[in-house]
Write a protein that binds this ligand. Sequence first.
Ligand code: FE
Length: 242
Amino acid sequence: MQMRQLFDKESSTYSYLLWDKQTLDAVIIDPVLEQVERDIRLIEELGLNLRYSLETHIHADHITGAAQLRDRFDCHVAVHENARAACADVWLKQGDHILFGDNVLKVLHTPGHTATDICYLAADRVFTGDTLLVRGSGRTDFQSGDAGQAYDSVIDKLFVLPDKIRVYPAHDYNGMTTSTIGEEKRLNPRLGGNQTREGYIRIMEGMKLEKPQKIDVAVAGNQRCGISASEGLVNQAGSTLD
Ligand code: FE
């Protein structure tokens, strides 16, 4: 599996372009609207066939580039079924498989940050969205967040994976790009070192975080798979959607 990790500075979001070396079939995970021209250029430069645009969850901090990628490449847009996003082509659930060339991504439903969270597991790596960050985890205090559920998702679905599996998160605010399951089991300050469920809930409930600036516009936009170019809407997050 070939991979390119892409970054959006404003929202500190990582997008991942994955492709099969032989067939050039590709998927993108968590594209960002403001970076969609960059992503389209890269996909075209590499001669890839974009099959899927995959979301790890309904984001509150940025709008997805999914609809514009679908406009351009006729790819399938996929989200978890809990997102109730009628705009999607595929509604994913635990155990589903995404195929591109000889590669497989297995869907792990990992609710807790939101009810729509998915991790995508490949042979040697896992794309963890906001479920597990490098030395951190996604907040659980808005949308459909639930700290206890988030703990269960990490412990039961991620920390059972082999230690050497690489972790690729949806965000990083400290310049870190990747980690491993073994490293996070040992060193994650919230979840590592055999943290208890009660301990994790206490940490998450004690956090006093500001509401994301773009939450209203981003969640509404993402339930529509972003903003399709054909809708003729202004392409900037923070602008009016209708
Ligand atoms: Fe998030």
